[in-house]
Structures are given as C-alpha cells and as structure tokens.
Design a protein around this ligand. Structure first.
Ligand code: FAD
Length: 501
C-alpha cells in the first residue's frame, strides 16, 4: 500500500482558520518554504471555522460578560478583557495588511461593523454591568461604550428585544459601535485560495492517520487518501496540528512528553436561526446576556445579527449539548479513544469535579423546541415558534489538565498551544476566544517553534502587525492609527477611528 515518501518544509494538518492563518504568516515571512496542507474533508472551513458552526463574533471583550470577573471585594477584574481586545486588534491589523496588499479582496465578505451590546435584568446584574462599564469606559480600548438603564433608551437600541416586554425589574445594557461580525468561514476560504495561488500544496480528502519522529529529528506522517484508500508518507521539519477537535488525538500520536496528561471534553453547540426576514431586519447588534448557573462560559446566550452569503440573518444561542464526537464530522468513539493511561486519572478527576456542568449539559440536550423558545423569549418576548429553526453548530473540545491553581482534572476554557521542546511540532487545543485571536495564537506558535528566525522576521511582523509586542492600551497614538487603518481597509465604521481622535 505504501507508495512513496515526500519531503516538505512545513506540514499543516487541518484546513481551518488556524492553519490558514499560520500558512499565510509563513508565506510572508519565509516565502521560499514548501508548505503542504492535509484536510480530511473536501474543502476548507467545514468544521468549527465554518460560518454556520460558530457565532462569528469578533471577540474583543466589548460585550462578553465572562471576560470581566467580579472579584471578592466587589471590584471588576478587566485584565482578561484588555488582553483579548489587544489580541483581536492584532487580527484586525493582519487582515488590513492582507487587504491592502491584495492578498485577499472584498473584506465585506468576511467582516462587517456591528454594535456589540451586553444586556442584563435584575438588580444584581444591573449593578454588575454598571461596575463593568465604569471599569472599562475610560480605557482607550473601550472608548465609545455607552450604558443605559432607561427602558426608553433601550427601545431605541434594541427595539425587537423591548417590544411587548413587561419591565418588572431593573434592566440595563451597554452598547459600543466598534464591534464586528466576522465570517470566519469566508475568510478561511479566501486565505486557502491565496495559499493555493502561492504554490502551497493543499490536499483535501487526506486524513492524517499517524505521525512519528524519524531518527534524524524530522516528522513522518502517514496520510490516507479517503477516496482511493492510498497511503502516503510525508516528511517535514515542522508540523502544525491545526486539526481543531482532531488535534488531541494527533498530539497523543506524536508521543511528545508535552502532550501527556492532557484530556479533552467535547461540548456541542446549537443555534436557533430566524427564518422570517421581517423579524431579522428589526435587530442590528450582537447582544450578549449572562450565563446561567452551571453553564460553561462559552454557552452565554446571545442574539446576533449575522452576515452570511451577503444576507442579514438573526441567530440565537448557543445551546450547549453533549456528543462524544470531537469533530462535527467525527466519530462516536472520539472521547473514549482519547483516554490513555497517562490522562486517565486527570479525566476521572475532571468527571467528578464537573457534576454541575454535566447536569447542565444533560438538561440542555433534553430541551424541547418550546423550552428553547422560552429562553429566546428572554431576549425577544414575542418570538414566534414558527419563525425559528434549529441548526447544529460545531464541536468544541475543552482541554482538561492538572493545574497548580485548579488541581487535578481542571477544565480549561481557553486556547492552548502545546509545542515540543525543540519546536518541531505544535498543536492547538481548546476553542476560546477562538478564531478571533487566530493571529495572536499563531504568532505564539511561531515564537515557540521558530525562536531563531523570529529576530530576523520581527521587522516584517511589525510591518504587518504594528502592535506586535506593544500594549495598545498604553500606546494610544498607535491604537488610533491601527483603528483608523482597520476602518479604511476593512470597511469598519469610520466612527471607530473618529471616536478616539
Ligand atoms: C458553537 C461555536 C461557537 C463559536 N463562536 C465563536 C465566535 O463567535 N468567535 C470566535 O472567534 N470563535 C468562535 N468559536 C471558535 C472557533 O470556531 C474556533 O476556535 C476555530 O474555528 C478553530 O479553528 P481551527 O482551524 O483550529 O479548527 P477547525 O476549523 O475545526 O479546523 C480543523 C480542521 O482539521 C481537520 N482535521 C481534523 N483531524 C484531521 C486529520 N486527522 N487529518 C486531516 N485533517 C483533519 C478538520 O476536518 C477541520 O477541517 C466558536 C466555536 C463553536 C463550536
């Protein structure tokens, strides 16, 4: 069966936004390197990066309440919000560079300006939102944010959500115009089109079955063509495992010690999509609420205007759920086969520790359509069942590992780069904040894996991403410049830039 062995410089496993971003960065920095991509599906962006499989929020902490935590003394910790906002700015700068330099075109097809809002009810939540607003409003990164607890003002901001609402308790919202809706599927496809034109060898319907280190320190991948069944072996100096939910299995196959003791727990997602354009037309924002008790942070309910296939749509969710698959197109055996002797105790500890999450997921799976409609009616009081359909979104595999702070079997909700000590292989695990911070996370992969080249690459990185290595919060002039550039090149609202002038 084994036909040949092919040598290449870089192998990217998976054709999602992460491989697309890393491949594009490397083509700018090391144009002479040979890159090969393997994707088990027939086209790019068919798993989590697909526009129907994620929420398309350009996560910049403008509306996500879980990025600002209330400390025991009642003050608000905004450090995570600042970090995520600055990371999203790195994505905006790189995308601006790509558009400006004709690597990709028609930014409207992948990014649209859209107000980001947080919406809460009940005295305690309103107090929290006001404190959050006070902690962020004077920060240059969040300039332009408004707060209101006046139902009349909210009617102006979110008419669909306020129509027929009986206000019996305090209610409040924040609004900021500089938010975005990002079609990560469209962006991923554009980047792979560009990479193909630049000579990157992209092989669809190719499944990476196995990988092992060769005696001379390279990586040999066993790749199966899913149509012909033919097996080929590819050898590379560097491998990026950007296989989304498939990354954990491949990391385990690599056998690197850095991958030991790590487990994964899949959480599936479901959205409701409005099939009535007259209703969708009445809303224009991404409105994030507060997570329910026991809910994982990525299950914060939100009502989102989306731009998909040049159409304005309205989606609500995500509802969480459980499936043992690690990929939407994965296998029911994914979870069980990810349990190995080295992570068994970690997985068992996680199971025992996360009973509220398990209970929450089971309840979510059991919800009927009418029960889901009731959750939607907290956002749109007069929502009609016939106007809404259910769509299955992507799978997120949360990392489980032992941590000094959380102890054995701690569930992680972030994104994690796991790299071999010699930088010859890196895997991306986890899914939050996800695609929005792809540029920052891929720069982190490069720092871990190409420390020697990074010095020489730095001037070019700074040309593409001027805020690389700089705090935008502390450098307002640069912040203004990069926001103005994003407004000009990506068609984001000019007010984003003008607000700060
Ligand atoms: C419900 C939901 C909502 C989300 N909302 C947001 C949001 O609003 N904003 C945001 O920024 N992020 C969001 N995310 C996260 C975001 O979608 C992901 O972080 C991002 O798409 C991950 O990209 P990726 O390239 O790592 O993985 P993917 O896009 O999943 O790509 C991985 C690819 O690898 C392939 N693959 C797997 N195994 C193999 C193998 N063995 N051989 C060959 N190919 C393989 C898969 O087929 C797949 O195409 C959301 C995710 C979900 C599930």
């Amino acid at each position: 069966m084994v036909s040949k062995q092919t040598k290449t410089d870089v192998i990217l496993i998976g054709a999602g936004i992460m491989s697309a971003t890393l491949g594009t960065l490397l083509k700018e920095l090391a144009p002479g390197w040979d890159i090969t991509v393997f994707e088990r599906l027939g086209q790019p962006a068919d798993e989590s990066s697909n526009e129907w499989n994620n929420a398309g929020t350009g996560h910049a902490a403008l509306c996500e309440l879980n990025y600002t935590v209330e400390k025991p003394d009642g003050s608000i910790d905004v450090s995570k919000a600042i970090k995520i906002n600055e990371q999203f700015h790195e994505s905006l700068q790189f995308w601006s560079y790509l558009v400006q330099n004709n690597r990709i075109r028609n930014p409207k097809e992948f990014i649209m300006p859209l107000p980001h809002m947080s919406f809460v009810q009940g005295e305690e939540n309103v107090t929290f939102l006001k404190k959050r607003f006070d902690a962020l409003a004077n920060n240059p990164l969040f300039q332009g944010m408004e707060f209101s607890d006046d139902p009349q003002k909210l009617k102006e901001w979110i008419p669909l959500m306020m129509e027929d609402r009986i206000v019996t308790e305090p209610i409040a919202a924040t609004k900021i115009e500089s938010g975005t809706d990002v079609n990560f599927g469209a962006l991923t496809r554009m980047l792979f089109d560009y990479l193909a034109k630049k000579g990157v060898d992209i092989r669809y319907k190719h499944h990476v079955d196995d990988m092992k280190r060769t005696s001379d320190g390279l990586w040999e991948l066993k790749v199966r063509h899913l149509v012909s069944g033919e097996v080929e072996h590819y050898v590379a100096k560097f491998v990026f495992i950007g296989a989304g939910g498939g990354s954990l299995h491949l990391l385990q196959k690599s056998g690197i010690p850095e991958g030991k003791g790590i487990g994964g727990f899949p959480v599936s997602g479901l959205f409701m999509v409005c099939n009535n354009p007259a209703v969708a037309e009445q809303h224009h924002a991404k409105v994030y609420g507060k997570a329910k008790v026991g809910a994982p942070p990525m299950s914060v309910p939100h009502l989102d205007t989306r731009f998909i296939d040049n159409k304005k749509m309205l989606l609500f969710g995500p509802f969480a759920g459980f499936s043992p698959k690690f990929l939407k197109n994965g296998s029911l055996l994914d979870l069980i086969t990810s349990v190995k002797p080295h992570n068994l105790l970690t997985m068992l500890a996680a199971g025992a520790k996360n009973m509220p999450l398990t209970k929450y997921l089971i309840e979510q799976v059991m919800l009927s359509k009418e029960q889901r409609m009731e959750e939607l009616r907290e956002f749109i009081p007069n929502a009609k069942s016939e106007d809404w359909d259910l769509v299955v979104a992507g799978q997120r595999v949360q990392v489980i590992k032992d941590t000094p702070a959380g102890g054995k079997g701690t569930l992680q909700f972030g994104t994690e780069v796991v790299a071999a000590h010699d930088g010859s292989v890196a895997a991306l695990l986890g899914a939050s904040p996800g695609a929005s911070t792809a540029v920052h996370v891929m720069l982190e992969v490069m720092e871990k894996c190409f420390p020697e080249q990074m010095k020489a690459w730095e001037p070019k990185i700074k040309e593409m991403i001027p805020s690389y290595g700089v705090s935008l919060m502390k450098n307002e002039t640069l912040l203004r410049d990069v926001q103005a550039l994003a407004a000009r090149t990506l068609g984001l609202k000019e007010t984003v830039a003008l607000e700060l002038v």
